[in-house]
Design a protein around this ligand. Structure first.
Ligand SMILES: [Zn+2]
Length: 125
């Protein structure tokens, strides 16, 4: 009898974060970051957003910019707005400037950080 081929391959253990999004996959690397949604203890709840990393100069934190439109009744036109959100960037994901990322809301992780990068949807930049 040979070893069963149904055995699951050894992959880094990731938690089930309960979020399904097209293009989102658990990171291939593992990490020891407590604030990592996949390998740490932080729980993702609240809203999930897509944005672009515009700054990755902080330690394990990135700035994500999001553009959206708001209807202005008086002029019957849309107005473009943008917002910048600080998000924790765990070492196993390591998003870089120009990447399109999915971020999820968490408990406050720092004074200005209440989001965490769940994964990179598109590498770029
Ligand atoms: Zn991790």
């Amino acid at each position: 009898m040979s070893a069963s081929s149904t055995q699951v391959e050894q992959k880094p253990k990731t938690r089930n974060i309960g979020i399904v999004y097209p293009g989102l996959q658990p990171p291939e690397k593992t990490c020891n970051d407590k604030k990592c949604p996949w390998h740490g203890i932080v729980r993702v709840r609240g809203i999930v957003l897509v944005g672009k990393v515009i700054k990755a100069r902080m330690q394990n934190t990135v700035v994500v910019e999001r553009e959206y439109v708001v209807w202005v009744k008086k002029y019957k036109r849309y107005e473009r707005r943008r917002s910048r959100i600080h998000a924790h960037n765990p070492p196993c994901i390591a998003a870089k400037e120009g990447d399109i990322v999915l971020i999820g809301e968490t408990r406050p992780l720092a004074k200005s950080v209440a989001f965490v990068v769940l994964g990179v949807l598109k590498r770029g930049g």
